[in-house]
Ligand binder design. Sequence first.
Ligand code: ADP
Ligand code: MG
Length: 648
Amino acid sequence: MSKHFDPSTTPLLSLRGVRKSYGKGELTTEVLHAIDLDIYAGEFVAIIGASGSGKSTLMNILGCLDRASEGSYFFMGEDLSSFDKDALSKLRREAFGFVFQSYNLLHSLNAMENVAMPAIYSGVERSEREKRATKLLSELGLEHRLAHYPSELSGGQQQRVSIARALMNGGEIILADEPTGALDTKSGTEVIALLKKLSSEGHTIILITHDPKVAQIAHRIIEIEDGKIIKDPEPTKVQEAKKIEILESHNSLMARLYESTMGAFTSLRMNLYRTILTLLGIVIGVASVIAMLAIGDGAKYAVLERISSMGTNILIVRPGMPNTRGSGDIATLVPEDAYALNAVDNLIAAIPESRKSVTVRYKNNDQTTTLNATSPEYQVVRDWDVVRGSFFTYEDEENIAKVAVIGQSVAEALFKQKDPLGEFIIIGNILFQVIGVMEKKGASAFGEDQDDVVFVPFTTGNMYIIGQRHIRNITVALDDLTQMEQTEEAIRQLLLQRHGVEDFRIHNMASLLENAAQTQGTLTILLGSIAAISLLVGGIGVMNIMLVSVTERTKEIGVRMATGARRSDILEQFLIESLVVTALGGVLGVIIGLGVSFGAEYLGTPIYYSLLPVVLAFGSAFLTGLLFGYLPAKKAANLDPVQALSSE
Ligand code: ADP
Ligand code: MG
């Protein structure tokens, strides 16, 4: 501000040729016509006029809440036309204090908080604010009403609270628009006496009234009629006026965020049900993203694990043309093919397998199961141990021995708790001696019980039960996985050489794994996107509620702006409110999503936990708040203070 301002020669406030018109084009109506007005520091001025004469419009311009359509406004000798909105809000904050006919207290705050509010925007610390607000209220006789909310105070008390608020940041210039208009005579008299006292303490007072009796208290009474000043006595020069200092408020980001967050909690508590409903949208969105991804990934890894439990180093050669599907019945592979393959490099083993569905009997128990006629190296190829006894040997195979190794499911079905080793079981009509029990393997990738099986030597199975030379498949275990392709090609060439035509197909576990991972991944993405959509819907809910909230609280925004809030303060306040909702919803959603996942896991669904979906879901909720909160917050920040104040 002007360093050379001399209050005895230069008016504190000075209007020159100020006009204010509303509307555009032909509908324009001018409500203030070429106003010239000088007010000196320390004056007590009353502006009097009939209703609709333009008093409030004039006051809004004087208080930097509104701008003139034409003409100039000099504040301490400085032209305000070059001041931007934030510079004007700084002036309001540092120099002016407003007192309104309808008090305009914030209903969500108690008396002390209402008074302290303007100091938030000038960066005063909370404890300091509370101290000053308490002192001001005590001076105005309200020391026992600090924690009362506006609805618990009489009109006169509310007006005193609003005067205390006007003084919070200094209030060197008090603008009071019909301050007694809503009060009974006694309270009105008290308020007027209070203004007189403030005047005597050096505050510059501009009192607007339509009541000539009220105006009498002032040193100088200006009359206004139809937007023109019709009577304006000489300014009264007052020596001892309060000094106005326009200070830069250094309001740290952390302090501001803290204030806004506290404020957000207050206003969310005021609308508890609405807050809960809004939260619900976000909670459901976040929780479903987390649960869906956990379940989707769980299913994926369960399938992948089952496939890889069959061995990723395995190739399976089946009969059939490579470009036909499901032609496994074609009998082209013979056991010699399997033995011949052992000549190929990089093989652990190649074994023939023949299968048949059979009924196995032990005493009175029988079990329908799969007979697998294979070679002793089966164990190595499938990486599958016996828990009791041993697997059959080459000798057994050579001797066409009637020995069997049984899977866990068969062992349980036939023998219950009894030890099967050495017992005889009947397969077909043939008696086999049980020489081993396999360890439990569980379900296969395709959901079949791998333990429901009986192994017999290939030769024995062929001769007594299957009765044909052709085999179902050759299973090959590779040594070095990096050589997979070359080995597969070598096998192809060798078989091609033996058969003349390509009447076989080679299945590769690794590529099966890859396919399955892809399919399951698609499922996860699908589940994830459905959940993400619900999060989006939740976000739109937040935006909707915030827009309603801005509309409902337009008056509050106006009051905050009048007491000096910058547009960025308002933007921050509403943005943080929506962030608090979404962050709260995000945290609850994470907890519930993980809870649902735990529950599903408890009920037997495979679950895969990872940090990414949690971070992703919470992050999107937060981003949603930021994105969908921005528009309403922007709307709030761009409100015109005068219009906001006059809204109901
Ligand atoms: P007072 O405070 O003396 O009762 P106001 O300053 O509120 O009068 O209003 C002066 C005139 O300006 C009135 O005729 C009113 O209708 C008009 N007016 C005030 N605000 C607006 C507005 N936002 N748009 C159009 N006309 C307005
Ligand atoms: Mg008015």
